[in-house]
Structure formats: structure tokens, C-alpha cells
Write a protein of this length. Structure first.
Length: 161
């Protein structure tokens, strides 16, 4: 199935069932609410706009001042295909990303995964937060993501010091 027309026929067939639209709207609403809640709870942290993505990932940056000063950011990422949440340490640009990946090769990064510099990779460190998120309990899921994000940021600052 390499024809764009075939891809679009399959896409519209799936859309007619209605599940994709409801799921996508639910994910976007959850991410918007999560972002708003985090901004209220941590007003000193800097938040970016929500990136809706191409049904591959949806994310926003949510960064404490100490990491922002180092040209780093924390990204809260929902991966659509695996239906999972991850928290990433990322750089403000590819050069910063490459510098920190190189620096962290020599450090104990604990439970986190160190990324490789390659096209399409935006992370430096990755933490898996929820592999099977329970969207039917949004408050519990938001709390889990918030706690994991705060702990990840604190761990990153310790690793970098």
C-alpha cells in the first residue's frame, strides 16, 4: 500500500468509525489540562506551547530555571503509537544536545536512557513514565506524570553537578 490514495481511503475508513477523533480529542484535552495544572503548581518553571504533532508524538516543554540557564529543557511527551508517556531531557538546539550527550557518556545516569546523536532524535536522556496510562483516571495520571517530571528534573540537576 504505497499509494497516497490508498492511505487516505484507509484513513477516512478509520475516521468514519469515530474512535480516532474521540481518542485524539481526549489526548489533546488531557495534555492541555496537564500543562495548565503544572503551570499553576510550579509558576517558576517555564512552559512552552503544546506541540500537537502528526499523530506520532504530542509534547510540551516544562523546565525549571536551573536547567533553562544551561540551555536545556524537560519535555513531557505522549507517544501515540505505543500509547505511553516519557519525560525527556532535551537541548535548545542540536549542538547543545550533542554536547550534553557527550558529557553524560562519562557520568552515572542511573535508571535513565542516554540517547544517541542521530537524525530524528530530540532527547538527551529519557525516562519512561507510564507505559499503559489510565486515561479513565486523569487526576491520578496527571499526578504520576508531575511527580515523575519533578523527580527527573531533580535527578538531572544532580547528575549535571
Amino acid at each position: 500500500m504505497d499509494s497516497m490514495n490508498e492511505h487516505i481511503r484507509e484513513y477516512t475508513k478509520a475516521l468514519r468509525k469515530g474512535h480516532i477523533q474521540k481518542a485524539y480529542k481526549g489526548i489533546m484535552t488531557f495534555m492541555t489540562d496537564l500543562k495548565s495544572d503544572l503551570e499553576r503548581s510550579h509558576p517558576d518553571w517555564v512552559s512552552s506551547a503544546l506541540y500537537f504533532g502528526y499523530m506520532d508524538m504530542t509534547y510540551f516543554a516544562f523546565t525549571p530555571p536551573a536547567l533553562r540557564e544551561k540551555k536545556l529543557k524537560i519535555a513531557i511527551v505522549f507517544l501515540h503509537e505505543s500509547c505511553s508517556f516519557e519525560v525527556w531531557l532535551a537541548g535548545n538546539n542540536r549542538r547543545v544536545q550533542a554536547e550534553y550527550i557527550d558529557l553524560l557518556k562519562e557520568r552515572d545516569i542511573g535508571e535513565y536512557s542516554l540517547s544517541q546523536v542521530q537524525p530524528g532524535v530530540d532527547s538527551i536522556l529519557v525516562s519512561i513514565v507510564a507505559e499503559q496510562p489510565d486515561f479513565d483516571s486523569p487526576e491520578g495520571l496527571k499526578k504520576k506524570i508531575e511527580d515523575s517530571t519533578i523527580r527527573f528534573a531533580e535527578d538531572v540537576m544532580t547528575i549535571l553537578d
